[in-house]
Design a protein around this ligand. Structure first.
Ligand SMILES: [Zn+2]
Ligand SMILES: [Zn+2]
Length: 238
């Protein structure tokens, strides 16, 4: 006892004063577990608590409870939380905003390279300058870790094959042949894998690039999706 909340030293007083570093590490671990579970990787939560416990000299159980507080914040935002870490709502009034802020930052980091860029494009579109921007002759490089799903090649091949070279959305023939001599169509998951969709023929369709982009970015994407579910007997709503 007797240390300031921002002390951050391993011996800082218990429950009352979590340092930013502790909260940040806990949130980073939480997001990591969530990402791992999302892609179906093996996760050892107890091990994570032990590692945090060793680093910060707080009991493993304290980290588990803190993670349940994180679940509570996510739940309040209507975002998915980690299975088995039931939202625990008794968060200190002064800690909740800190968790919220750090959590937003952690998720922002995850999405940075795509969403932030697109959001910025939208801002620029609203105020297009008269003069062409200089851009960058040699754009800086950034390293990013991409978490992705293991997809079944047989499913993709089967769906492409059964489309007979026609877009299953608009019915038009594939826009061109590939170098391998196949009609070029793209495979789309009606319910995205990221939101828990399956990689099966009943959730997958072969479509032209225009329809594909439209299903991802079109204002009428929802209507299109409903229409596809009605017209393609193979598809099952997930
Ligand atoms: Zn199409
Ligand atoms: Zn898609």
């Amino acid at each position: 006892m007797g240390f300031k909340a921002s002390d951050g030293s391993p011996n800082a007083s218990k429950e009352a004063s979590w340092s930013d570093e502790e909260l940040q590490s806990t949130i980073a671990a939480y997001v990591e577990i969530q990402e791992a579970e999302r892609v179906g990787a093996a996760v050892n939560k107890a091990q994570t608590y032990r590692l945090l416990s060793a680093k910060f000299e707080r009991s493993p159980g304290a980290f588990e409870r803190r993670m349940q507080n994180i679940s509570a914040v996510l739940d309040a935002w209507n975002l998915p939380w980690i299975d088995g870490l039931k939202p625990m709502r008794n968060i200190g009034a002064n800690v909740r905003p800190r968790i919220a802020k750090l959590l937003r930052r952690a998720y922002g980091e995850l999405a940075k390279n795509t969403e932030a860029y697109e959001a910025e494009v939208l801002l620029h579109l609203e105020s297009t300058p008269a003069v062409a921007p200089t851009g960058s002759v040699s754009p800086a490089l950034t390293v990013r870790t991409v978490t992705t799903f293991v997809r079944d090649a047989a499913v993709k091949a089967w769906v492409l094959e059964s489309s007979k070279g026609k877009c299953e959305c608009c019915g038009e023939p594939a826009p061109f042949q590939t170098v391998d001599g196949y009609p070029y169509l793209e495979v789309h998951h009606l319910r995205t894998l990221a939101s828990g969709g399956s990689d099966t023929p009943s959730n997958t369709l072969a479509i032209c690039p225009n329809c594909h982009r439209r299903l991802h970015y079109g204002e009428d994407a929802g209507d299109l999706r409903r229409r596809l579910l009605q017209t393609l007997p193979r598809l099952i709503r997930e």
